[in-house]
Design a protein around this ligand. Structure first.
Ligand SMILES: [Mg+2]
Length: 433
């Protein structure tokens, strides 16, 4: 069996005006669908980061991929040239999907996912069983809360319903959490911070704890918006609220900054774990992060760490180093949801509920045949279906692709959205507080 064709489809997916320290989400998030077909008539699918950069990277790979045996993933990896290792490995300034140092792992991850989908379909086994079986029955996810402006995403005649309304206060965030948990059954909560004054974000976390109690682990992630000083202040203030399975994620920039926060928190009697998907973004960060004691929980991501099998290897390394494992997310559709769920099931060390932006997207934008993937009690059960377990609705793909071609942008730019809608002079400042 050989890969006989590779097609890439750029997609634009409606997205509400969610806020973070990067700025504000645009009306459409960009994704890419990768389709591999084999000489045996099997199709394998993967979803990846979007925009013209990822698209060009996939186009350039076609000569390597077309003609390959989908079972020979190791030799595919070997054929890839090593990317430039000279740049900044962190995501302090770059969003996931744009770091040149991840160029190989990012593209490989999508090809591997599509090949695993093919392998699973060929031998009639789910992907998680192909790579070693299930460490758990379903993949748990957390309620991913965002401060946001009013609006549900989309533009003109293509706007989405604003399910959660404007949320720019601690009280409205509790309402958002109640609504999201009632609908999906999540059992852990993650708050995207770095948006309001830290005092208001502390208040938000306190109100969430008062509302849901200590059985709902809480995390806050301001994407490096705070100085070491502010991070320590917040960590001390939220000592109780972030205990019991929660964590403080990327409060400040860089491994040295994180290490300083950790030291000062420990000295103050606060052992809240620090988590990261910004200071730690690849295997080469793991040992330094451990040596500095800068990060205690690493957020994996099968899209940029190098795929589902790389997530398993990362779990092994983290176990060896005594670090916990969680999972990062970007805006995504149901195909990525399944890649993430299979990765979670197949990685025994994934002991925290994974992040997902999935509740922020709607049925109208789903490319999975038969509609959106369903949560059961805040988790995604992976069916015993072959491969990733889903087929694609190509009419929907055509609609999302047409929308992509009509958009004036080809790259995520949250700062530009802030300047357009909030403050014409807005700039991302790190630290802001
Ligand atoms: Mg994060």
């Amino acid at each position: 069996m050989r890969i006989s064709s590779m097609t890439v489809h750029p997609l634009a997916v409606a997205d509400p005006p969610l806020r973070s320290s990067y700025g504000r989400h645009a009306p459409y998030a960009l994704r890419t669908l990768v389709v591999l077909k084999t000489t045996d008539g099997i199709a394998g699918y993967a979803e990846a980061h979007g925009g013209d950069g990822p698209l060009a990277a996939f186009e350039a790979l076609k000569p390597l991929v077309v003609g390959m045996d989908p079972f020979q993933l190791s030799s595919l990896w070997r054929m890839w040239g090593r990317p430039d290792q000279s740049g900044d490995r962190s995501q302090t300034w770059m969003v996931p999907g744009e770091n040149p140092r991840d160029a190989r792992t990012r593209s490989y991850a999508a090809i591997e996912a599509a090949c695993l989908d093919i392998i699973g379909k060929a031998i009639r086994k789910p992907v998680c069983d192909v790579v070693g079986g299930r460490a758990r029955e379903a993949a748990p996810f957390s309620a991913y809360l965002f401060y946001k402006h009013g609006g549900g995403g989309g533009l003109g005649g293509d706007v989405r319903e604003d399910e959660y309304g404007e949320c720019l206060t601690p009280e409205s965030m509790v309402r958002q959490a109640r609504q999201m948990i009632a609908r999906y059954g999540f059992k852990e909560i993650k708050l995207k911070g770095g948006v309001l004054d830290p005092e208001a974000e502390i208040e938000t976390v306190r109100l969430l704890r008062a509302e849901f109690g200590p059985s709902y682990p809480l995390r806050i992630d301001p994407n490096c918006a705070w100085s070491v000083e502010t991070s320590v202040k917040v960590g001390v203030a939220l000592k109780e609220e972030l205990s019991g399975g929660g964590y403080l994620e990327d409060p400040t920039a860089g491994l040295d900054g994180m290490a300083a926060v950790r030291q000062r928190l420990l000295a103050a009697g606060v052992d809240t774990p620090l988590a990261s998907n910004v200071a730690v973004t690849g295997f080469d960060d793991l040992v330094p992060a451990r040596e500095l004691d800068a990060v205690q929980v690493v957020l994996s991501d099968p899209h940029y760490w190098g795929g589902i099998r790389a997530t398993q290897r990362m779990g092994d390394v983290c176990e060896l180093l005594g670090m916990g494992v969680s999972m990062h997310s970007n805006n995504h559709l149901g195909l990525s949801m399944m890649i993430m769920a299979h990765a979670c099931l197949a990685t025994p060390q994934m002991e925290f509920a994974c992040d997902t932006h999935y509740p922020w997207q709607t049925e109208q934008d789903e490319i999975i045949a038969g509609g959106r993937v369903q949560f059961v009690g805040g988790a995604i059960p992976v069916p015993a279906k072959p491969g990733l377990g889903v087929e694609i609705d190509f009419d929907q793909v055509a609609r999302l692709e047409e929308r992509y071609h009509k958009l004036p942008y080809r790259k995520r730019d949250d700062e530009a959205e802030m300047r357009k809608h909030v403050d014409p002079n807005w700039k991302r400042l790190l630290p802001r507080w």
